[in-house]
Design a protein around this ligand. Sequence first.
Ligand code: DP6
Length: 331
Amino acid sequence: MATVTRAHPNIALIKYWGKAAGEGNVPATPSLSITLDALTTTTEVSDADTDIFELDGRPVADTKVTECLANLRRRFPVPPLHIRSHNNFPTAAGLASSASGFAALVTAIDAHCDLGMTAQARSDYARQASGSAARSIFGGFVALRGPNWHGEMLAAPADWPLKVVIAIAAAEAKAVSSSEGMKRSAATSPYYPSWVTSTAQDFDVAVTLVANRDFTGLAELAEFSCLKMHGLMLSSRPGLIYWNPTTLACMHRIRELRDSGLPVFFTMDAGPQVKAVCLPKAAPEVAAALADVGGVHEVLVSGLGDGAAPKTKADTKAATQAVNKAAGKSQ
Ligand code: DP6
């Protein structure tokens, strides 16, 4: 019997970039994100003779997956597993595939092996694999903060149903992984200490802005956090440049739209893709404007999504078909 789960990526409005010293992949700063419903990782887990991990139909040797399994096995009886994961979006191009990937994986193993984990425990294990994955266990607006460093839902998707227009500015994988980039920034950027101190302050303000549904305030603060993180990346040695000219053109277009009265702001992670966060009424105009920017490959419109969850029986069949299709297998 296979168990199928799905999880969505999230994008941070207050960014995580840098780790605390010691074990457990603990972030150096709190972060706050929104979970997206249009992008999905579907993961199917079944018993096997030996561990096999397939991503989008191809067997992959992924150290982080191996470590995640080893970590779970230190505490729980997890047998050898055949894991098949499928993303309906470009992997490793700055659309947070590791966030949804590990959230789906831990949730699938918990359900398949009947481990009885709480959402907080799943978030804790997901974080140890990839910091941002802790947040994809939950839906809507999610905080990741100490002292426990598991995700926590601040507001459900329906509480403040923002839209996110994603402009795909490049489809290829990024040059430097987030984990590597963070190490470099912490070791070399002269701005790193003030990034850590000021992000904790930004986070506290952002929690209040979300509680008050203050879009204007959140727009200003989220762009500040994003640009500050990219400033930190640029000030690392050698500098980390995740944008391309299309990214920059989209940022300018979004600022123009906001200046003309549309409720929209941008954010980018460790990749060139631009996410324009907006109030629902602005989404069609924002999507049309970004589709018109030269170099944009594709525009996706997403709402806010739920946290990682096992599939119900009704949609398990469709999900298995999607995984099989990715693997090139007939039903
Ligand atoms: C720029 O969660 O991918 O997206 O913990 O090393 O796996 P690791 O890093 P990861 O970093 C995410 C960085 C970011 C900002 C964010 O999501 O907060």
